[in-house]
Design a protein around this ligand. Sequence first.
Ligand SMILES: [Zn+2]
Length: 124
Amino acid sequence: MNDAFTKEMKERLEADQARLQKDLGGFASVDEQSKQANYTTNYQDFGDGEDENANEVAAYSNNLPLENELEKELRDINNALKRIEDKTYGTCKYCKVEVHENRLRARPTAGSCVACKKTLTQEV
Ligand SMILES: [Zn+2]
């Protein structure tokens, strides 16, 4: 991986990381003690009326799957940033060949090359 490319990917990952943290912060609380990104969806209090209670439940059940999805995305990004730090970014974690830049541009969090990904997907 050349430095300019890694830097470009790092900037993209950091921008995505900031966006996700902001989105998650809007409706979930982060566990500061956890080393991994670990969020909990907030149960919002709209009021004590029946309608308000129903809306609280609806908001909560809408946010819960969203939280899980964003949290997973954020963890992938954190892992990719850690690989940049460890200088292993862009190397396939299975066969250790260099992952093609085009693949990383399309998916900056990719940790494996296309060939390994295909093999794995076929096995499932
Ligand atoms: Zn591979």
